[in-house]
Design a protein around this ligand. Structure first.
Ligand code: ZN
Length: 142
């Protein structure tokens, strides 16, 4: 179904692919640079989470604002064409995210979700939040 103009399509296409989206790579690099080691997209865990910091019992998800339907974000909106299709699709993505987080928590993981726009705005702030959570996680497991 060709519902987009060429430009719009390539714009949307560039957002497709939950793996190796740009903000996710930025965050991984930043973690690595700061000495943190992690696994990525572990298939054995619900929703193949983006970043797994086993030592800290922490899972980090990086959500694209469009595909995960970010509330109150200009990118998290229903496209004007095929509104019903998109609404259904994006809402079901959001439900799946919630379910995965629930399952991960049940398995004993701590989870953090960061949005593409948050990372683009300040990678530094995101990193600080993660480090705080890691410290807390180590304390909790003492
Ligand atoms: Zn956003």
């Amino acid at each position: 179904m060709d519902i987009w103009t060429k430009n719009k399509r390539s714009d949307v296409m560039s957002k497709i692919g939950s793996k190796n989206t740009k903000p996710e790579i930025l965050l991984r690099k930043e973690l690595f640079k700061n000495g943190f080691r992690y696994r990525v997209n572990d298939k054995r865990l619900p929703g193949k989470p983006d970043i797994i910091l086993k030592k800290y019992n922490l899972i980090i998800m990086v959500n694209g604002c469009f595909w995960h339907y970010h509330k109150n974000c200009p990118e998290g909106r229903i496209p004007d064409t095929n509104k019903l299709y998109w609404k259904d699709k994006l809402l079901s993505n959001r439900r799946r995210d919630k379910k995965n987080i629930y399952l991960l928590k049940k398995l004993g993981w701590k989870t953090m979700v960061f949005w593409e726009c948050e990372i683009e705005k300040s990678l530094h702030k995101v990193l600080i939040k993660i480090i705080k959570k890691m410290k807390k996680s180590l304390k909790d497991s003492d």
